[in-house]
Design a protein around this ligand. Structure first.
Ligand code: ADP
Length: 604
């Protein structure tokens, strides 16, 4: 394990034991004051570029004061969906003492060698955005707590972005875009492929950090996500030479061609459940196509994506890939509405997706939306039972506490197999070990936040109240260190009405509804009777039935006898309220991150 640069590692150490939402000082001020006091231990392995690291004739961004005020807010939000805002917001604290030479630029950064202690890395990444190639303090000087959902402890503080931070990031991205787009496509592709290689060196580090901040088990979830992240960059890097146009047989005296051109600055808004993969699915195709990006990270999981941004900024020119943390209304909304953002790509809830879409409509810019799901899994009478049960465990993402938009949360089992299926499913989920996400023995980690925990519990209560039979599986961890963790026992509902809330709405938790069926047409109809249309699976050895079901199911991603997660080169995205547009393929890169320019050369 590489040593951390100590100066940044001091960030949250003094905060241990503090209550959530307690007012805190953003950690950079401590760093700077350490440096100012000449503490040599605060020296760092790598100097950071200034916010304007030299763009030729490009003007520097207006220097901003280092901390206009210091204050800390809890990440806890007032409920869910659009308009949710930070609760316990504190007024800005007293102005920080400005350190000589600091202009809001974080003059030091964590080592770029893999850092395998996720707690140390979390502290090192505290209190900054990454804008224009530099780790910078938030303009307003506010931070919010990042909580380990397995213990309730504060592990770091994240910069709370506002419109001012977003503006700096977008301007940096805009300045960088022309030169980035003018690079030969294959050169960009090679850089992206190198990003993939570099990220592979960090799989373990990133897996541990994302396990710490999201509560997803390292072995079953987080490490896997970290490796797919690298693959996404490698894949899109290899597609660079496919950014080609066509020649058009318009007139023999004219050379008529189309060119694929980038859109400009892309705003990418990501959620917390699979932050690395979902970010990569957006930024890798956007970058290789010649766009530059500003990512708004999810307030629950701001650290690992920031680390990825830091790693990749060692390869990419400044301003090409920027990241701002903060909440939706404070940082996400200004990103979408910023006049220089020419494309928005969003993954999150349907409610927020609608808000994003409306703002984009006002600006007349294209959007890609990946929203919710309530994915059906249909098991026919001839299905291989063991294989189908394996598929249900994997598809329901029990190891991720069901926090997946593709979760197979409605399982329709033919009456002939129903009882055996239920018993085996219960036994399989019972056998999953719930515990510390960083422990290699753990299969299931935690739910992300107290709000999400309460929301899932509310759905479980509604299911019970509807008269459904409720079966709780697995067992809560007994380790006292995890007593405050957001562990939740998976629930299987049987005999549940199709219109009961957990059967109809997206729970985003470890709650699955099992239905018994006998009529094929009726089960297809039931599966399609949902506002969502993201994913579906069919389990049968009857090829004819399999094909018929795949044709009739209203979903963007249909699989037979398997339940794979998203992978590069598999088109991913939904129909109905599950979203607009697809991701992860060559076509998605061309359609969503370029426009076609027609050029006619009259040779007469
Ligand atoms: P979830 O409930 O899963 O967090 P959201 O849709 O609320 O889903 O959040 C997904 C992402 O959208 C997060 O990064 C969040 O901060 C962001 N977001 C929330 N509200 C807005 C908004 N009004 N405008 C832009 N982004 C937003």
């Amino acid at each position: 394990m590489a040593d951390l640069a100590q100066g940044v590692a001091i960030g949250v150490g003094g905060l241990q034991g503090g209550g959530l939402g307690r007012r805190r000082q953003c950690p950079q001020s401590q760093t700077h004051s350490q440096q100012a006091s000449g503490n040599r231990q605060a020296a760092h392995s790598l100097p950071l570029r200034k916010t304007n690291p030299g763009h030729g004739s490009v003007p520097a961004p207006t220097p901003r004061p280092f901390f206009r005020g210091l204050g800390v807010v809890s990440r806890t939000r007032d409920g869910y969906g659009p308009g949710a805002s930070f609760r316990n917001r504190k007024a800005p604290g007293p102005p920080a003492k400005k350190t000589q030479g600091s202009q809001g630029v974080y003059t030091s950064m964590p080592s770029l060698d893999p850092i395998l202690d996720p707690h140390a890395l979390a502290r090192a990444l505290s209190g900054v955005h990454l804008i224009d190639g530099a780790l910078v303090a938030p303009v307003e000087g506010r931070c919010f707590d990042v909580i380990n959902p397995a213990t309730g402890a504060v592990i770091a503080q994240a910069a709370e972005g506002t419109a001012a931070d977003v503006d700096l990031a977008v301007k940096a991205a805009k300045r960088a875009q022309t030169a980035w787009a003018r690079r030969p496509a294959r050169e960009r592709g090679k850089l992206l492929a190198e990003c993939g290689r570099r990220l592979l060196l960090h799989v373990e580090e990133l897996g541990r950090l994302v396990a710490l901040e999201t509560g997803k088990a390292l072995r079953t979830e987080s490490r896997v996500e970290a490796s797919v992240l690298a693959d996404m960059f490698t894949f899109f890097g290899g597609l660079a030479s496919e950014l080609k146009g066509e020649s058009v047989p318009f007139n023999p005296d004219m050379l008529t061609v189309t060119l694929r051109e980038p859109l400009g600055v892309v705003g990418a808004i990501i959620p917390w459940n699979v932050p690395l993969l979902l970010m990569a699915m957006k930024i890798a195709p956007a970058l290789v196509a010649g766009n530059t990006v500003v990512v708004k990270s999810a307030e629950e999981a701001p650290l690992t994506v920031l680390r990825v941004c830091q790693i990749l900024n060692a390869l990419l020119p400044p301003g090409v890939f920027n990241i701002v943390s903060g909440d939706g209304p404070g940082a996400g909304a200004p990103l979408v509405s910023h006049p220089d953002v020419r494309k928005v790509t969003f993954t999150g809830s349907v409610e927020t997706g609608r808000i994003v879409y409306k703002t984009a409509a006002e600006k007349l810019i294209p959007v890609t939306l990946e929203l919710g799901g309530k994915s059906p899994m249909i098991v026919l009478a001839d299905a291989d039972l063991e294989r189908a049960v394996d598929g249900a465990v994997a598809g329901m993402r029990f190891t991720r506490q069901g926090q997946s938009c593709t979760a197979s949360s409605r399982i329709y089992v033919h009456a002939d197999l129903f009882d055996a299926f239920f018993e085996r499913l219960r036994a399989r989920v019972d056998a999953l070990a719930m515990g510390d996400p960083l422990d290699e023995r753990t299969d299931i980690g935690t739910v992300i936040s107290p709000e999400q925990f309460a929301r899932i519990q509310d759905y479980i209560a509604k299911g019970r109240a509807s008269g459904a039979t409720t079966t709780e599986c697995s067992g809560l961890p007994t380790d006292p260190a995890l007593a405050k963790g957001l562990f939740l026992r998976p629930v299987i509902f049987t005999d549940i009405a199709p219109d009961a809330p957990p059967a109809r709405e997206e729970v985003f938790g470890p709650v699955v509804c099992l239905f018994k069926w006998t009529d094929f047409d009726a089960v297809i109809e039931a599966a399609n009777d949902s506002p969502f249309g993201l994913a579906a699976t069919v389990w049968t050895n009857n090829l004819q039935k399999a094909l018929e079901a795949t044709r009739r199911l209203e979903a963007g991603f249909v699989q037979v006898n398997q339940n794979l997660v998203v992978q590069p080169n598999l088109s991913y995205g939904g129909v109905k309220t599950s979203g607009l547009g697809k991701e992860a393929t060559l076509e998605s890169m061309l359609e969503h991150f370029t426009h076609k320019k027609t050029v006619i050369l009259n040779m007469l």
